[in-house]
Every structure is written in C-alpha cells, then in structure tokens.
Write a protein that binds this ligand. Structure first.
Ligand code: MGD
Ligand code: MGD
Ligand code: SF4
Ligand code: MO
Length: 885
C-alpha cells in the first residue's frame, strides 16, 4: 500500500505543506497539502520537482577522515578531540560553527546550546547572516524584539502591496500565486514593485519603480516625510505607542524632491504616484527581502520601511504592516533558537546578564558565552588570520555563497581543522574538509521548521537514511557527549529537543518575550509525530491561534513602545572608471542556491541551463557584446566567465548575475568571487546586491555544445557549464583555439565504450564540426563545434538522447544538428512542470491561443505552479507585436 506522509517543502520560507507518497516499488510522488495553511495545496516548480532530487547519486553516505571512509566513532572522536584540544590550548573563542537556515530547529537548537552554553563561546553564526540579519536588527531596533507582526492572510486582505527588493514570482512563488489569486477576486487591489530590474514579479504590478541600487532608503525616507505632512499621519498612535518620531522626521525631511530624484533615479511623477498611493491606502503591506537586507545600509532600509508603518499606525491590524519575507525554510527557526552570533536562545539577548543567567540556569550550563561572537564575514576573517583553529560547517556552502569567495576558500583551506556536514559528497566546500560527516537530508530526517508567518510545521521522514547518514542534531549531540557533556546532550529524539526548546521559550516568560511556545514544553514522541502546523506564540495553557502581533500597540522595548529610527539617505556608490557597472546578484526561478539539489533535476535545469549575465542592450552594444556571447566580468577580487543575456529588463549601468553556479557546474562562474566583503555596520550582513565590475566580450577561439548520456569529467575548456538533461547531461563549451583532435578530446572527457561507433562531419568553409557516438541505437554523445556560439537547438539535441538511432538517416540528422523532416523542435523550456518549450507556445499563439489561459488549455503550460505565466504572457505579447509590425 502506498503510504502518504505530510511534511514541509525544504526550499523557501513560504513553508508549503507537502504530501509525499512512497509507492511499494519505492517511487516517491509529491503533491501540495490541501490542508496546509501556507499553500492550501499549491506548490511551485521546485516543490513539484522534489521527487527528482532525492536520488542517491552523488550523496555522501559514510563519514570520511582525510578523504578516506571512516566509522562514526572514529570521526566523532576526532572532532571532539580537535575541538577540545583547541579550546584547551587557545580558549573557547578559537573554535567556531558556521551553520544554516536550512537546518531543522532541533539541529539548530543543539548546535547553539553546545557552543553558547557548554563550549562557552558565541562563535556560532549562520548563512542567515547573509540573508535575514538586517531584518532581525531592524525588528529589534523598531520593536524591541525580532517579531514579524503579520500573517500571509494580510497579503490577501491588503488593498496595496508594496514589494521592495523581492522577486516574489520566482523566490516565493506560492505567496505570489496567493496574491495573484486575491487580486483576480478583487481587482481594485494595487501592487507596487520596487526593484532595479523589471523582474517577472512586475507582471502583476500596477507600478514598477526601477530604483537605483540602494536608492530605496531615500525613497522610504521621502515617503515618511510625505506622510508626516499628510492627513494620514497618526498623531495619536505616534504619541501613545512610539518614540523617536521627531528625529526620524527631521532626518527624512532633509530631502528635497530634487534630492529624491537624484538618490532614487526615479522620475518625479512616479515618486509622487507611489507616495499618493501609499497615503490613500490604509490597508498596505510592505513586503521586503534581499534587495533590502543584503545591503551596507540594510538595517536602515528595514527601519525606513517600519517608520512609515508606525507613522500611520498601519501595523498589527488585518491587511497591513511591514512584512519581512524569509528566504530559507528555517530562517525563522534559527532565529528562535538564537543561532546568530549576537543572539541567545528563545529570542533572549546575549548582552543582557539576566537573560544569560536565565538560560544558564535552564541549561545547567557550565560556561555561558558572555558576549556576542563573530559574525559570518568576521568569522571567516578570523579563520584567515589563524584565530580559529577548528571550524564546523553544517548545511551551507560558503565557498560559493560568501562574499570575496576566493578569500573565504583560501581561509578554509588553511584552517588547521575543518569539519563539513553535508548530504552531497562533492561541493566546493566539502573539498576542503578534514572530516566529512554524512547528514540525512529532506525526506530522511525529522523535525520542525518555521516559515515567514511564524508557522511551525513538521518535516517528516518517509525514506530510510542512506548508508551511514545520520541527522545533524545527532552528530552535534554525539560530539557534545564526547566533549564531556553527556547529560546535557542525552537527547533521544527530535521530539525531546523540541520539548526542551519549547520549555525554554516559556521559562520565566510571562508575556515579556514574544517567542513563547511553552504549550509544547512537554510534547512526547507520539505528540510530535502528529503535530499540526501552528503559529507562535502559544504559551503554556493556551491552544493554537491565528496570531498577529502589536494589535494592542504594545511593543517589546522596556517602555512597551516602538521606536522610530532616524536614518540617513546617502546612497553608497561603488562604481568607478575602472569598474563602471553596478553588480546585482540573486536567484532564478527553478534553482536553489548552490545547485546541490535542484541541479539534479533535468526539468529544473532546463529553464536556465548555464550561468549568465543580464545586461541592457545599450550597454552591451557599447561594449561590443551580442546576445549569447560569452562575457568576462571582473572586479578587484576576481573574474568570472558567463553567457550574455541582453534584456531591457535590466537597467542601464548595471548587470545582474545569478548566485547559483559553482565550480561543480561551471568553469568559473561563482559570482561571489567578485563581491567585496562590505557589510552593514549594524547587522553585519554583506552587501550581496551591490558591487562594481567591468565587463567585456570574451572572445573564444571556438565554441561548443554537447549532449551526453554520461557525466563528463575533468573538463579543461576555457568555459564550460554542465547541467542535467533528460536522458543525460548537456554541456556548453568554449575553447581558446579550435580542438586539434576532436575524437581524442571526446575520449578524454567522456567514458565511451570501445565499441562505440562515431559519425563525424566538418565544414572547412564555415569552421563548423560535429561528431556523434552511438552504441547500438543509443546516442552516447553529440558534440557541436563552431567558431561562433553554437546555434543548435538545445532541447532538440537533448531529445536525441532518448530517441532511437538505428538507421543512418536519423544518425545523420543528429550530426546535421537539426530535426529531420516532420519533426519539430520544442525550443527553450518555458514551463518546467510540463516541459513546454518556447516554439510550442509560439505555434499555439499562431494557431489562435491569445491568452495565458488558452495556452494552458492547449498545452497545459502554466497550469501547475504558474511560475511561468509571466513568461508565457511575454511570448504572446511578443508574437502579437510581431504580427502587427
Ligand atoms: N527560486 C529560488 N527561490 C528562492 C531561493 C532560491 O535559491 N531560488 N532562495 C531562497 C532564499 S534563501 C532567499 S533569501 C530568498 C530571496 O528572495 P528575493 O530577495 O526575492 O530574491 P533575490 O533574487 O535574491 O533578490 C530580490 C531582488 O532584489 C533586487 N534588488 C537588488 N538591489 C536592490 C535595491 O537596492 N533595492 C531594491 N528594492 N531591490 C534590489 C534584485 O534585483 C532582485 O530582483 O529566496 C528564497 N527563494
Ligand atoms: N552573491 C550572492 N551571494 C549570496 C546571496 C545572494 O543573493 N547573492 N544570497 C545569500 C543567501 S540569502 C543565502 S540563504 C545563502 C545560501 O547559500 P548556501 O547556504 O551556501 O547554499 P546552499 O546551496 O543552500 O547550501 C546548503 C548546503 O547544505 C547541504 N544540505 C542540504 N540539506 C542538508 C542537511 O539536511 N544537512 C546538512 N548537513 N547539509 C545539507 C547542501 O547539499 C548544500 O551543500 O547565499 C547567500 N549568498
Ligand atoms: S513556494 Fe515553492 S519552494 Fe517555496 S515552500 Fe512552496 S513549494 Fe517550496
Ligand atoms: Mo537566504
């Protein structure tokens, strides 16, 4: 009998409920959980494809010491010994944990407890430093606690949604769908997007403000000054529930309209339109994400937003409030356990001696950390200069995701002792580990995560642990025991850890601290097994409730009031004559961070299959760059080579490069090697959205494209990018000079049986060459080479891996690089859920489908997760423009 397991998606902070069904033959299928209050059954493309990412290919399945398989005892003993030794010789601050918002709350709780209460240092920081730290700092300054006031329902109740620094359509797709559905029901609802790029999210926007990089703080300052002079300024609310308005207003009102235009780069009309819309719409929610947080002025940006909501009293009530969208599945859970170096546990403060004493008594801790520890960027600097002697990296890939990534790589490589816990054997970071610990991954582990609206949901195992893999919490607890803290780390199950965490949140709380889930302080294994999603707070003795904070105007500063924060509006400038382009970075629709999981899915890899740079056509023309050229992008810290994607969605003067590509997937495309480690002075969060670079066309001597049934190895091309494809792999290539012996090159990089038959073709006049290898009717490898970027249809070529090639006609068609008569080419994938290509959509439009709905009815494209609907609309519009011309 197939068994259904209710669990939670391991990707973004929306925290969608998932039902995983494991059939008798072990096949897993995934659908949205109709009863989960985050998604009510919806899933995005990444969630839908989860079953394609859980195979054991490339998994780390046994502990390793110095690259050799080892038993758990040997590995754990060594970790405990090296950490204890460093602490004995150099003190507790000579060791560090670098963890992740993708850990479950139970893993995170144990890591934090071990470091802050038992090792006695606060040198535990997390990739959430690169993600949420500015929001946390902004909340604490504004509210006195790290509290997200609202709920997802507010997004449906609002009359105006301002999305700033958020590409919601791609990064929180199910929330985007909920908003789109709400607006379809209530078309008067307005949406404003503030983003230097015209992203797919702008598809539902009434107004897109293409603000200059970091110009949004001036915009919100200008808005505060405008509101302060308008009738919607809520004097009563300000007087009764806040402090600091006068100073904040003084700072904000120093900007004239001319200053605002200069700082934001926006026309006066757009600025006025936005201000008027905000002023007249009481039910306004301002959602923000990395375009706000990842900035050298990120915390100020957060407070500039909060200021506007406080000034109008639009907070804590249905359909209004500032709303920080969390990125990772458990960014919020990490904050609850105090996983940041400057927090304690259960939203208590490390600087506060009473809080420290309370946690010490609760934990019965021998050596509490006395002061904040090193924040991520400082931590890797301390690794670099030798202050950190032992480092444990868990569930994150800093060689890819930290700014100045090559310096971080060098620092880790030089660290005397590095432990990495991961689910994947080969990542850019695991390569540098002395000890590798195999973790159980999604579907294999049990615990909880908290989403953006403070809703705690269970992740449940439905697969056995592969090989010797063990949960992260178990690894940490075992090391804790071996370091001499047997009693404190004698956890028998994730339920026991959750119960302790819940009890600590309620311990001596009495409503003083926002985070209180004391109701679960004595939860047992059966209770944990059946735990339903619930929102915090839920103090002991209370039942589950839908919650909104600050409805009563009470905040968590000692005086019970909220604080306005006076923020400056200077826009940082990073570009110079040598590095004239502003560098912006972020995400694509179908990939997750460093590709260790989504990179396994052919479907997800087909939407954008290689690293690229988005550049405005005018800038490209000035630089002599054409579409599909390779581009070398350079900063004082490093260089990368990526594909040019010319688009007017990108503003002039800047470029956008995705963060996803690693050394496992491309020759040289880690964009974080270009970014300086500039951080926000309050939060310590790096400015990942604002660097400065120079770009030029990279003139290769020859270009190539290959499809292959087996994964290539040791690629030595000047440029290569590897992606999964249906039936095998696809590889983009470029070389300094044309290959002298094509067949030999193929044999060096692809495993081809001796019996393989090859068919080649080369055209001296055009400089083009093709070669294909067959084994019986199966295509093993087809390589297309040309002096210019290869124009063969990618999807057609990939399709050949699954087609029979018994007769010479179809074999010649492969080498000719185009479909035979009667076959069509689907074109680049647009809808990854149903694998529908652009050419199929264009021909459906030509056949009379004039709307996204009509395309859906004909091709199904856009009818599952809906993330591609904006792209489909763009294709329809493009066809209609072409027809009209
Ligand atoms: N598909 C996908 N979804 C994901 C993830 C993923 O890897 N892939 N990761 C998850 C995680 S951990 C996170 S943190 C979230 C991130 O979610 P988002 O923050 O929505 O995503 P990003 O693409 O990082 O950046 C958002 C936008 O900020 C804009 N921006 C850049 N500079 C500025 C500025 O100065 N002002 C303003 N207003 N905007 C600016 C960028 O152009 C970009 O479009 O996504 C989560 N969801
Ligand atoms: N330039 C630039 N840089 C950025 C950003 C940006 O927008 N621009 N965004 C930043 C943000 S917001 C984030 S969140 C980070 C994300 O960056 P990272 O955290 O470095 O990226 P991931 O690929 O998510 O890394 C997760 C790792 O954990 C492993 N893993 C998965 N599941 C488990 C598990 O259960 N246990 C263990 N032990 N390991 C597991 C995965 O295989 C992978 O190696 O990147 C940051 N860096
Ligand atoms: S929106 Fe997509 S990635 Fe995010 S939790 Fe839901 S299904 Fe997962
Ligand atoms: Mo993130």
């Amino acid at each position: 009998m197939p068994t259904e397991t209710r669990t939670t998606c391991p990707y973004c902070g929306v925290g969608c409920g998932v039902i995983a069904t494991a059939a008798d033959d072990g096949k897993v299928s995934i659908k949205g959980d109709p009863d989960h209050p985050a998604n009510f059954g919806r899933l995005c493309s990444k969630g839908t494809a989860l079953a394609e990412t859980i195979d054991l290919d490339g998994r780390l399945m046994t502990p390793e010491i110095a690259g050799r398989p080892a038993g758990w005892d040997a590995a754990l003993d060594l970790v405990a010994e090296k950490f204890s030794q460093a602490i004995a010789e150099h003190g507790p601050d000579s060791v560090a944990f670098y963890v992740s918002g993708q850990l479950l709350t139970e893993d995170y709780y144990v890591a934090n407890k071990l470091m802050k209460g038992f090792i006695g240092s606060a040198n535990i920081d997390t990739n959430s430093r690169l993600c949420m730290a500015s929001s946390v700092a902004g909340h604490r300054r504004g509210f006195g606690a790290d509290t997200v006031p609202g709920t997802y329902e507010d997004l449906e109740l609002a009359d105006l949604i301002v999305l700033t620094g958020s590409n919601l359509a791609w990064c929180h797709p199910v929330l985007y769908q909920r908003i789109a559905a709400a607006r379809a029901r209530r078309p008067t609802m307005k949406i404003v997007v503030i983003d230097p790029r015209r992203t797919m999210t702008c598809d539902i926007a009434d107004l897109h403000l293409a603000v200059r990089p970091d110009g949004d703080m001036a915009l919100f300052n200008g808005l505060l000054a405008h509101l302060a002079r308008s009738p919607v300024l809520d004097q009563n609310y300000i007087g009764a529930h806040t402090n600091g308005f006068v100073e904040a207003f003084a700072a904000a009102s120093s900007l004239s309209m001319a200053d605002l235009i200069e700082a934001t780069g926006l026309p006066a009309m757009q600025i006025r339109e936005f201000f008027a819309l905000f002023e007249r719409t009481e039910k306004t929610v301002t959602c923000y994400s990395q375009g706000v947080n990842q900035s050298s002025i990120g915390t100020d940006k957060v407070n500039a937003i909060i200021n506007c909501h406080l000034a109008t009293g639009r907070i804590g009530r249905p359909g209004m409030g500032p709303f920080s969208l969390t990125g990772q599945p458990n960014a919020m859970g990490g904050r609850e356990v105090g996983g940041l170096a400057n927090m304690l546990a259960a939203h208590m403060e490390i600087e506060n001696p009473d809080h420290r004493d309370r946690v010490r008594r609760f934990w019965n801790a021998p050596t509490m950390a006395e002061r904040p520890g090193l924040k991520a960027v400082e931590m890797f600097q301390a690794v670099a200069d030798g202050r950190i002697k032992a480092l444990w990296i868990m569930s994150t890939n800093p060689v890819v995701s930290m700014p100045d990534a090559d310096a971080v790589k060098a620092a880790i490589a030089a660290c005397p002792f590095v432990v990495v816990s991961d689910i994947v054997r080969d990542t850019d970071t695991t390569k540098l580990a002395h000890v590798l610990l195999p973790a159980t991954g999604w579907g294999e582990k049990d615990g909880t995560v908290t989403n953006s609206e403070r809703r705690i949901s269970r992740q449940r195992a439905f697969l056995p642990p592969p090989g010797d893999a063990r949960p992260d919490w178990w690894q940490l607890a075992e090391v804790g025991r071996r370091m001499g803290f047997a009693e404190a780390f004698a956890f028998a199950s994730p339920a026991a850890i959750f119960a302790e965490h819940a009890a600590l949140s309620g311990f001596e709380n009495d409503g003083v601290r926002d985070f209180d889930i004391g109701a679960y302080g004595d939860i047992d294994d059966p209770g944990f097994a059946t735990l339903k999603p619930f929102q915090w707070p839920q103090p002991a003795g209370t039942g589950p409730q839908e919650t909104r904070f600050f409805a009563d105007g009470r905040f968590y500063h000692v005086d019970g009031k909220a604080r306005f924060v006076a923020v400056d509006a200077d826009v940082p400038v990073r570009t110079s004559a040598d590095f004239p382009l502003a560098l912006n970075t972020g995400r694509v629709r179908d990939h997750w961070h460093s590709l260790t999981r989504t990179g396994k899915s052919a479907r997800l890899s087909s939407h954008l299959a290689e690293p690229f740079v988005e550049i405005h056509p005018d800038d490209a023309a000035n630089l002599g760059i054409s579409d599909a050229d390779l581009v070398r992008i350079e900063s004082p810290h490093g260089h990368i080579i990526v594909r040019a994607l010319l688009t007017a969605r990108q503003a002039r003067g800047g470029v956008f490069v995705p963060m996803h590509w690693t050394d496992e997937f491309s020759a040289r495309a880690r964009v974080d090697t270009l970014l300086p480690s500039i951080t926000d002075p309050v939060s310590g969060q790096p400015a990942s959205k604002h660097g400065a670079v120079a770009a030029r066309r990279f003139a290769a001597g020859a270009y190539g494209f290959a499809v292959s049934a087996v994964k290539p190895s040791g690629l030595d091309a000047t440029y290569w990018a590897l992606a999964r494809a249906e039936g095998g792999w696809r590889v983009e290539l470029a070389f300094d000079a044309p290959l002298s012996d094509i067949e030999a090159w193929c044999h060096t990089h692809f495993v081809l049986p001796d019996a393989a038959q090859s068919l080649g073709y080369s055209d001296r006049a055009s400089g083009e060459a093709r070669i294909a290898f067959f084994d019986g009717a199966a295509l093993l490898l087809a390589l297309f080479l040309a002096p210019d970027p290869v124009s063969v249809s990618r999807n057609w070529a990939i399709g050949q891996l699954s087609e029979p090639h018994a007769d010479s006609r179809t074999r010649f068609a492969v080498v000719a690089g185009r479909p035979g008569a009667g076959r069509s080419d689907p074109g680049a994938t647009v809808c990854s859920c149903f694998s529908v290509g652009v050419n199929q959509i264009v021909s459906a439009v030509r056949g009379g489908c004039g709307t996204v709905e009509a395309i859906g009815e004909t091709l199904y494209a856009g009818t599952n997760c809906g993330s591609c609907r904006a792209e489909i609309r763009g294709i329809i519009d493009g066809c209609q423009v072409a027809a009209a011309e």
